[in-house]
Design a protein around this ligand. Structure first.
Ligand code: HEC
Length: 139
C-alpha cells in the first residue's frame, strides 16, 4: 500500500515538473557553453541567482525604477501587466502557460528586449540562463 502510494506521489511530481522541448534544451546547452567561456568556474545555472535578477529593481531604460516583476508580477502563474503599454501579459510560468519556453526565437527576442528595459544591456549568457532556470522552475 505504502509502495503504491509513494509510486503514485512520484508520478504526480513528475507530471508537474516542466520538461523543455528539444530546441529549448539546445538553447540552454549553448547558453551554458557560452557562459562557461566567460566564467570558467561556472558549473551550472542557478535558481537563486536567477531569482535575484528577476526581482531586483533597477533604474531602467526609461529612467524609472523597474524589475522583471513590474510587468510579470512575482506570481509567475498569474497574468502580468505591461507597464509601458498597459496591456495584459499572459502568465510567464510554463507550468501555468504551456506556450511559454517552447519557441527559442521568442525567448531570445524577449530576453534581449526585457533585459534592456530593466538593465540597459542584453544580459550575459550566465544571467540569461540563470533567469530562465528561475522562471521555468518557480512553483
Ligand atoms: C516593460 C514590461 C516588461 C518587463 C519589465 C519585462 N518583461 Fe518580459 N515580457 C514582456 C512582454 C510584453 C512580453 C511579450 C508578450 C508575451 O509573451 O506575453 C514578455 C515576454 C517575456 C519572455 C518570453 C517567454 C516566452 O517563451 O514566451 C521572457 C522569457 C521574459 N519576458 C522574461 C523577462 C525577464 C527575465 C525580465 C527582466 C529582466 C522581463 N521579462 C521584464 C514585458 C516585460
Amino acid at each position: 500500500m505504502i509502495k503504491t502510494l509513494s509510486a503514485l506521489l512520484m508520478s504526480i511530481s513528475l507530471i508537474q515538473a516542466f520538461e523543455l522541448n528539444t530546441q529549448m534544451k539546445k538553447f540552454m546547452d549553448e547558453l551554458l557553453i557560452e557562459a562557461k567561456k566567460q566564467n570558467p568556474n561556472l558549473k551550472e545555472f542557478d535558481y537563486s541567482r536567477g531569482e535575484k535578477i528577476f526581482t531586483t529593481e533597477q533604474v531602467g531604460k526609461k529612467g524609472k525604477k523597474i524589475s522583471c516583476v513590474t510587468c510579470h508580477t512575482a506570481d509567475l502563474s498569474k497574468k502580468g501587466l505591461n507597464e509601458n503599454t498597459n496591456k495584459a501579459i499572459e502568465p510567464l510560468s510554463p507550468l501555468a502557460n504551456p506556450k511559454r519556453f517552447t519557441d527559442t526565437k521568442e525567448v531570445k527576442k524577449w530576453l534581449k528586449r526585457n533585459f534592456n528595459d530593466v538593465y540597459n544591456r542584453e544580459g550575459t549568457a550566465q544571467e540569461q540562463g540563470d533567469v530562465v532556470t528561475y522562471i521555468i522552475n518557480k512553483k
